[in-house]
Ligand binder design. Structure first.
Ligand code: 5GP
Ligand code: MG
Ligand code: MG
Length: 175
């Protein structure tokens, strides 16, 4: 049995943190050509909120990678399911993620965009589970640290459900 049992991060907390991250990014990239690259599908909700908190025109693009499949543990292998359309050579890239867990996905993606000769590659995530990290990938803009619980909502799914919840909820699975 699967249940969502408790709100871990409220709508207000998310909104406030997104505003702060948007302000920080706006200051740091002022006068530069910035492209936000959303990691689908989980990053889509955060991406939509974040881009509207940035105070100058930015490019946006979307990418889909798989690392987890239906299971909730990391395989450490990344496959690109949908690539970006833009040529990002010489541009500043900011990867926009829903949650950083082991860090493996972002480590791979950071290397990929460096090979593609982006002017810089940084990482922005709304949620992070620091206790789960397997690789030491620097997170330039980190929203809210959470404990080692499986969560859904604000873009995150369990078997493709719950992405549309406005809060972040804890999932409990029992037999
Ligand atoms: P990482 O490569 O850092 O281990 O995690 C990559 C992705 O796994 C995250 O961006 C997220 O999409 C998914 N993931 C990790 N932890 C959770 C979780 O608690 N809930 C959900 N729904 N997805 C998760
Ligand atoms: Mg993700
Ligand atoms: Mg998922």
């Amino acid at each position: 049995m699967t249940q969502i049992t408790k709100v871990l991060v409220s709508k207000d907390q998310l909104q406030q943190r997104v505003r702060e991250l948007g302000a920080e990014i706006s200051r740091d990239y002022a006068g530069k050509e910035l492209v936000l690259i959303c990691i689908l599908k989980g990053g889509a909700v955060f991406m939509s909120d974040l881009m509207r908190e940035i105070t100058f025109p930015v490019g946006i693009d979307y990418m889909s990678v798989s690392s987890y499949g239906a299971s909730s543990t990391s395989s450490g292998v990344i496959t690109i399911k949908k690539d970006i359309d833009m040529d990002i050579r010489g541009k500043h890239v900011l990867l926009v993620e829903d949650l950083i867990d082991t860090g493996l996905t972002l480590q791979h993606l950071k290397e990929l965009f460096a090979l593609r000769e982006a002017a810089s590659v940084r990482i922005c995530t709304i949620l992070s589970k620091p206790s789960r990290r397997l690789v030491d990938v620097p997170i330039d803009y980190s929203g809210i640290d959470i404990p080692d619980e499986f969560v859904v909502g604000y873009g995150l799914d369990y078997a493709e459900q719950f992405r549309n919840l406005p809060e972040v909820w804890i999932v409990e699975t029992r037999d």
